[in-house]
Design a protein around this ligand. Structure first.
Ligand code: B12
Ligand code: SF4
Length: 491
């Protein structure tokens, strides 16, 4: 079948810092191509809705699949699905991805018939079955499929072997548009899938049923070697949990003499346990590291069930600094914070050399706090669920909360664009512009137009056409955590 896969638009608040290739869609595209389908991919992080319309008329796809990893994209995808159906009524329209997997029947109903199916869970194994069923019948027999006729009783399919299919990177157009911070351009790569921890605010572990799988070191190195871009973002939730795996990939890359610049995310305790692996990667080009610290105090870390201590966090920062890595830290802002708390965080952020990133505590479907958060949601507008808006009541008046949030983000931004920082930033911008890359430069200038308290506050007063389901409040004990899973661990 002629199939068009579509990644929705980027979110304003994340586009400042990065725009990354749609790796999940590229993997689904590769699987569909392997099954004999003619596939195209359009990334609306780069292209416009008008480009999509042109593509629909030119390619006349028989199937259109939307990627829905992110809740804020649900309204856009619902509207686009309706447009595709009215333009090409016989086209099979479907969606899949991380976030939609937790609320598939709800989103399907909101599409008012525009979506023929939503595929829950990983797409590689099941998407070819879905398209075969769209042609030959039997949609409700496809594992993970949710349709108007009902949902398949079988659980979504997990890939046995992550080595195949390789992402169809040849299908993404304008790859020069993908970047992360100063790594411009940058590609993405996946070495492992899943996370064995169980933080209460996160859905990475519930999606994969707390399973953890690895790409073979040879396949991982082959893939990195095949990437044209000089920068590589490793998308793993927690990089190098298994030190021997990180080491083995490094050995394969050394053998092939592959040198790139790398950006990865990991946890403080993982870094502290096996610094030698990160040291080895440092020699291979590891430059940037993102540490999800989440909270500064013991109480906060316990609340998020992070299973690390403030002491470990401080030690990990020192270690990363000693290695010469550029580190970004994430802290979760609780809407209950008052002005004094924001002041404290600003003071702390200015006292460390690292980049400090703030995200607002948000109960997502698929997370434990979606069920256990006792504060009532103040909005169910999908677009506000981007961890840059408060969706539970704030202690400060809402507008004042955003002023404090933006003030804190601006202080941190100024820290990095201060006198010494500005000179360095200009050098990087100059170097990138010479290579024809302007993504980072554009991002730096857009900071103030995007992070703007009036705008963030105003976002709460837009017309709401699509809402999230109402959370079912309950306690989530050890035993019923499995009910949150999209995938069941094999065995
Ligand atoms: C890499 C990543 C990113 C990249 C995204 C790159 C991109 N363009 O896709 C970047 C860094 C940009 C990013 C940003 C954000 N992210 Co993010 N991200 C991830 C991460 C760590 C891995 C995703 C990934 O690439 N995995 C590897 C690929 C191969 O898997 P995949 O994309 O899931 O695709 C598979 C399936 O989902 C499915 N599938 C995917 N699409 C489709 C489409 C169809 C048709 C089908 C059938 C199947 C299908 O099949 C694929 C293959 O198995 C996940 C955590 C996780 N473990 O999933 C968080 C995660 C998805 N992100 C999250 C969040 C909150 C964000 C931000 C909102 C944070 C912020 N404010 O900055 C932004 C918003 C992004 C935006 N829309 O602009 C949350 C999602 C929360 C939610 N419910 O919406 C997650 C779950 C992290 C978490 N711990 O909570 N993210
Ligand atoms: S926040 Fe990180 S460590 Fe915690 S469950 Fe999610 S991916 Fe794993």
């Amino acid at each position: 079948m002629r199939t068009l896969l579509v990644h929705p638009s980027g979110l304003m608040y994340s586009e400042i810092f990065l725009r990354l290739e749609p790796l999940g869609l590229e993997r689904v595209a590769a699987a569909l191509r392997g099954a004999g389908h003619e596939v195209r991919l359009l990334d609306l992080q780069i292209f416009t809705h008008r480009d999509l319309r042109r593509e629909l008329l030119d390619f006349e796809p028989q199937a259109v699949g939307f990627g829905l990893n992110y809740l804020p994209n649900v309204p856009e995808v619902l509207d686009l699905a309706k447009r595709v159906k009215s333009l090409l009524p016989r086209c099979f329209v479907f969606a899949g991805g991380h976030s939609v997997s937790f609320i598939a029947p709800h989103v399907l109903a909101q599409s008012e018939g525009a979506l023929d199916a939503i595929l829950r869970g990983e797409g590689e194994a099941a998407a070819p079955l879905l398209l075969a069923a769209a042609r030959d019948g039997g949609l409700t027999e496809v594992p993970g499929a949710v349709t108007a006729e009902g949902s398949c009783a079988k659980p979504p399919l997990l890939l046995d072997d992550l080595d195949e299919p390789r992402p169809a990177r040849d299908l993404t157009r304008r790859r020069d548009k993908y970047f992360i911070g100063v790594m411009d351009p940058a590609a993405s790569v996946e070495f492992t899938r899943g996370c064995p921890w169980d933080c209460s605010f996160c859905s990475a572990w519930t999606f994969y049923g707390r399973s953890y799988r690895k790409v073979s070191p040879e396949a991982a190195a082959e893939e990195v070697a095949s990437i044209r871009e000089p920068g590589v973002f490793i998308v793993d939730d927690v990089a190098f949990i298994r030190p021997e795996h990180g080491d083995a990939i490094a050995a394969e890359l050394e053998k092939r003499k592959v040198r790139k610049e790398y950006y990865l995310e990991t946890r403080a305790d993982v870094l502290l346990r096996h610094p030698e692996v990160f040291e080895r990667w440092r020699r291979l080009g590891l430059t940037y590291m993102f540490l999800g610290m989440e909270a500064l105090d013991e109480q906060g870390l316990d609340l998020y069930r992070k299973r690390t201590s403030p002491d470990q966090n401080v030690k990990a920062l020192e270690l990363a600094r000693d290695m010469g890595l550029t580190v970004a830290i994430n802290l979760i802002v609780d809407p209950a914070w008052d002005a004094a708390r924001f002041r404290l965080v600003r003071r702390w952020a200015l006292s460390v050399p690292e980049i400090v990133n703030l995200t607002v505590m948000t109960p997502y479907p698929g997370t434990e706090i979606w069920h256990t958060e006792s504060r009532k949601l103040t909005s169910r507008d999908y677009r506000l669920f981007d961890i840059q808006h408060a969706v539970v009541p704030t202690t400060l008046p809402l507008h004042e909360f955003y002023r404090e949030l933006v003030r804190t983000q601006a202080v941190m931004n100024r820290k990095h664009l201060g006198v010494a920082g500005a000179a360095k930033t200009l050098r990087i911008i100059g170097r990138n512009l010479l290579r024809g890359q302007s993504n980072f430069a554009a991002a730096v200038w857009r900071f103030h137009s995007v992070y703007n308290a009036d705008r963030q506050h105003g976002d709460h007063f837009r017309e709401v056409r699509y809402e999230l389901p109402v959370p079912d409040r309950r306690t989530v004990g050890q035993a019923d955590r499995r009910e949150l899973y999209v995938h069941r661990r094999p065995g």
